[in-house]
Design a protein around this ligand. Structure first.
Ligand code: NDP
Length: 455
């Protein structure tokens, strides 16, 4: 065999696994056909956060007036933002590649596909490996409607030559609500079209309701309960027809309607690796596919499609296979953030989930952040704790509001450690912050149980 481990895919999960395995002394090869760092670094989390930051500056400049500043903002320079973003992404690509080179892994900038369970075609070269990791990630999927070819996906949104003046975003998952904040914040007339009554299906109900309000306050035009039926190009204008007959004339229609695993073209059949109904690769708790020397981590398994989950999985796999340290990754209590404006962060059970699973006490607060008492901006923060009625353990924490992702990381540690509401109550707050609300929530808002469960 040429390698002990061959990794297909140079994204978050693949690079981490390759580096750690090489560090444990394994002979490692890794192939990437597009860009080092994968979706997150190139067309996902990292550039997205730069765009969100850019969008926040406009509002921040206006808000500064409430504090005595007189800042005049001219129009936003979109090409300048993309140029700065691209420069930083190129720097990060280089770091990823360098880390791999320094780890001693052999790097292939090529496409890999299976010949059999131990043999790969890597850019025309035949390569053999004892173990193979598939870490090929996923890609955005659009809707199959007439005129779909006129729409863009998130990959394109990072490279739009011009900032759209009018945009319709389809969907209300992470990507849709994050980009709604970006484009509305940068001054575009922004429509959000989604089929649910509230955005972000699966998130806590109070957070979803608060988000709908926040999006509207930011000028996003909401179209709940609507699905797109067709797109017609009329010159530069795209005419989007919704169920119910509403017509939206925009410059860009943006499908943010989910992602699918990258498994096509890998020739998985040759290796006996089975896929699920959406093309994803099912794995067991040890990341093993249906072929026992072939593993998969990250978005290609379509479980929790989050970068830190992929890196944790890649690391655990390398430790297990080559580090004499077998370990698993728990997908319970994984904290996550949506970089909407303002952002959302959450860990553990929603009120709806807790209600179904037994009884829960709910502690909820909603307030105007201190800053906006001076700016006058209509923006509310929502914070919520879901507490097990029987054991007093914190089952879930949810926040919509400025700094929510920064605050939630620490709360996630407490929940992972099994903290109770009494532990939160005896913790001294940091004053004056929004975060202190999590330790000063004294009044129970309601008690929920299977009888009150709505979803
Ligand atoms: P999501 O799965 O989160 O959301 C998809 C959206 O598209 C939902 O609103 C869904 O509606 C809607 N949709 C799907 N099919 C249709 C259809 N046929 N007609 C109308 N609407 C439809 O996908 P995203 O694309 O937003 O993101 C993919 C994943 O990437 C996320 O789930 C997350 O794991 C990850 N991600 C994480 C980020 C972060 O951590 N901040 C940022 C971006 C992405 P419905 O709810 O009705 O099904």
């Amino acid at each position: 065999m040429n390698f002990d481990l061959f990794v297909i895919g140079g994204g978050s999960g693949g690079v981490r696994c390759a580096r750690i395995a090489a560090g444990h002394g394994a002979r490692v090869g890794v192939a990437e056909q597009r860009f080092w760092g994968g979706t997150c670094v190139n067309i996902g989390c990292v550039p997205k956060k730069f765009l969100v930051m850019a969008a926040e500056y406009g509002a921040a400049a206006a808000d500064a007036r409430g504090f005595g500043w007189d800042i005049e903002t001219k129009t936003h320079d979109w090409p300048a933002l993309l140029k700065a973003k691209d420069k930083e992404i190129t720097r990060l690509n280089g770091i990823y590649k360098r880390l791999l080179d320094q780890s001693g892994a052999t790097v292939f900038e090529a496409r890999a596909s299976f010949i059999d369970a131990h043999t790969l075609d890597v850019g025309g070269q035949r390569v053999t490996a004892e173990k193979i990791l598939i870490a090929t990630g996923g890609h955005p999927t659009g809707l199959d409607i007439p005129g779909a070819e006129h729409a863009i996906i998130s990959d394109d949104a990072f490279y739009l030559p011009e900032m759209p003046r009018r945009i319709a975003i389809i969907g209300s998952g992470y990507i849709a609500v994050e980009f709604a904040g970006v484009f509305a914040g940068l001054g575009a007339q922004t429509h959000l079209v989604y089929r649910q009554p509230l955005p972000l299906r699966g998130f806590d109900g109070d957070i979803r309701a608060g988000l709908a309000e926040a999006l509207a306050a930011n000028g996003v035009q909401l179209h709940p309960g609507a699905t797109p039926e067709r797109i017609d190009a009329e010159g530069a204008t795209k005419r989007l027809t919704l169920s119910g007959g509403t017509i939206l004339d925009v410059d860009v229609v943006f499908f943010a309607t989910g992602r699918a695993a990258n498994t096509k073209g890998l020739n998985l059949e040759a290796a006996g690796v089975k896929t699920g109904p959406k093309g994803e690769i099912p794995v067991d708790a040890g990341f093993t596919t249906s072929t026992n020397n072939i593993f998969a981590v990250g978005d290609v398994t379509d479980r929790l499609n989050l970068t830190p989950v992929a890196t944790a999985e890649g690391h655990a796999l390398a430790d297990t296979l080559f580090g004499n340290n077998p370990r698993r990754v728990s997908l319970e209590n994984v904290p996550t953030a949506v970089f909407s404006i303002p952002p959302i962060a959450t860990v553990g059970l929603t009120e709806e989930e807790a209600a179904k699973q037994g009884g829960a006490k709910i502690f909820l607060t909603r307030f105007t952040p201190m800053r906006h008492n001076l700016t006058g901006r209509a923006r509310k923060t929502t914070m919520k704790l879901v507490v097990d009625a029987a054991t007093d353990k914190i089952l879930g924490a949810h926040m919509l509001g400025e700094d929510a992702p920064e605050i939630m990381q620490g709360i996630a540690i407490a929940i992972t450690a099994g903290a109770t509401k009494a532990d939160f109550d005896r913790t001294i707050g940091i004053h004056p912050t929004a975060a202190e609300e999590f330790v000063t929530l004294r009044t129970q808002t309601r008690v929920v149980g299977p009888k009150t469960a709505t979803e």
